[in-house]
Design a protein around this ligand. Structure first.
Ligand code: IMP
Length: 188
């Protein structure tokens, strides 16, 4: 049964599982060919949206790794970006010379990742790459090189599988286009 705020399911749990496994295998192989300091890749998940995707990815990623999380807010809770990223939860370890893989739910304007990437290099990271479950290239406001993305989508507001509308709907087990017309006078 789909949620009433769902206009269309874009990717089912099964489709996300298949794609995530594929990415995990590809990225594990990639790091085997690289020089990685201390043979450990630091996966930095951007909370809160990364949680289901990152958990799924971790279950399939076979290269040695450590996990860290950051909270970087750029959305003001609605469907439009505020454009001013802010770090609300910072890293707990030194990333000097480390190989980093940022794990994100969705890249839209690119402003959040642009900011985080620069911050990580400023903290001394040797290499920072990006893995995102979804990519909305039409929304870009800054040039952003996304190394790995699960699915490329159009400029629509999506919910589920970690993605929220005003902190809700992250628990939907699929990625769906949100029925934004219904949101106007929606009563939770
Ligand atoms: P960016 O800085 O514009 O690239 O936005 C990145 C963040 O905005 C993501 O981590 C999401 O939290 C949020 N975001 C962007 N597009 C959507 C969407 O369609 N649904 C829900 N959240 C979104």
């Amino acid at each position: 049964m789909k949620h009433e705020l769902v206009k269309e399911i874009l990717y089912t749990k099964e489709q996300i599982d298949v794609r995530t496994k594929e990415l995990a295998e590809e990225i594990s192989k990639f790091y085997e060919t690289q020089e990685v300091k201390d043979n450990t890749v630091i996966l930095i998940g951007l909370l809160k949206g990364c949680v289901p995707f990152m958990a799924n990815f971790l279950n399939n990623f076979t290269y040695e790794c450590q996990t860290e999380y950051m909270v970087v807010s750029s959305y003001l809770g609605g469907t439009k970006t505020s454009g001013e990223p802010k770090i609300n939860l910072d890293l707990n370890l030194s990333i000097k010379d480390k190989t980093i893989l940022i794990v994100e739910d969705i890249v839209d304007s690119g402003l959040t990742l642009d900011y985080v990437k620069k911050y990580l290099y400023f903290k001394g990271a040797r290499d920072v790459k990006i893995l995102t479950m979804l990519d909305k290239p039409e929304g870009r406001k800054v040039e952003m090189n996304v190394e790995w993305s699960g699915f490329t989508i159009q400029n629509q507001f999506v919910i589920g599988y970690g993605l929220d509308y005003e902190e809700r709907l992250r628990n939907l087990p699929y990625v769906a286009i949100c029925d934004t017309d219904k949101l106007k006078d929606w009563k939770w």
